[in-house]
Design a protein around this ligand. Sequence first.
Ligand code: FE
Ligand code: FE
Ligand code: FE
Length: 384
Amino acid sequence: MPLENAVHLCVDMQRIFAKGGVWETPWMERILPTIVDIVARHPEGTVFTRFITPASPDEAPGQWRPYFERWRVATRNAPGGAQLDLVPELARFAPPAAIVDKPAYSAFFRSRLGGLLLDRGIRTVIVSGAETDVCVLSTVLDAVNIGFRVVIVEDALCSSSDQGHDALMTMYRLRFSEQIDLVTAEGLKDMWRPERESLGTTSAIPCCSATYLKKIPRERTMAEKDLNELFLDTLKDIYYAEKHILKALPKMAKAANSDQLRAAFEKHFDETEGQVERLEQIFEMLGKAARGKKCDAIEGIIDEGKEIMDEYAETQALDAGLLAAAQAVEHYEISRYGTLKAWAAKLNMPDAVKLLDQTLAEEKKTDEALSKLAEQAVNYEAAA
Ligand code: FE
Ligand code: FE
Ligand code: FE
């Protein structure tokens, strides 16, 4: 089956794993020419990963700390350096090949790689590199989790453990036949032709958010600060807004005079919890931690609502004021979700479009329900 929209993800072919390296992988030498051949045919369709160790064990989180105490010799500040660069035979291809630095085993861990590949229309990840049973394993399973078709080039993998390598090759073959294909480098030539490439990256993909990696200078191209960034920023904005709304809604429900209005706020509180979860799913699709970014607009709208609650407490006009504040919130959300949905479509993220559309529909429905209640509230107020 020919491969389209594929990328070659070449895992950790670094000097540290090569002959004489701290984590020497004896067969690396043997598979290197095979990998060089794949990369030479697809330099623009290749992403290299590098396992970047911390400067010292103290910078490593959790159980990585004792690990790097044991492997202090592999840390970046170790005498002689950790030799984290790519082996020279492959380094010469980057650029145009891209480089992804990662703080742990998987190329997708704390990384924007998954989102960036999806945004660029990549559906298949072709995997080579080191080691079959550690970083390749972790990367392959994450690629499967994200939803990529994975093609493992079986004669372009190496491990320092023969047993581990053999066990994993058996597992890839037997346990994941729907998601993982095993091919030889020769077979790959027929399946993946250079002209089919569509990665379109020209330099290092910035991806890692581990604190100790922030110290590694990384180039950012103009193309990266584009719609993807704007989408992520706006996602953070609405995530922050939704979290604030979750705090405000119970207070508004408590303040409401009418039972109907209280019920409407309570219902929307439950919906909002689901909306927050949807946003978290989208963050995950982007390979990003779900984090809010201060939204001054929602704070202003909610502050106004608070003022109304104070100023009109125990008056007949309170519900009308609460409704107006709540509708201002809904209108802000409708505007944000409408925009995000349009951008997600542009960025070729159909799953995100679906989630954003569900929320958008809920916000619109809430707004309509509030409009109806507002008419009643005003009529009631006029009649009172
Ligand atoms: Fe909402
Ligand atoms: Fe905002
Ligand atoms: Fe809402």
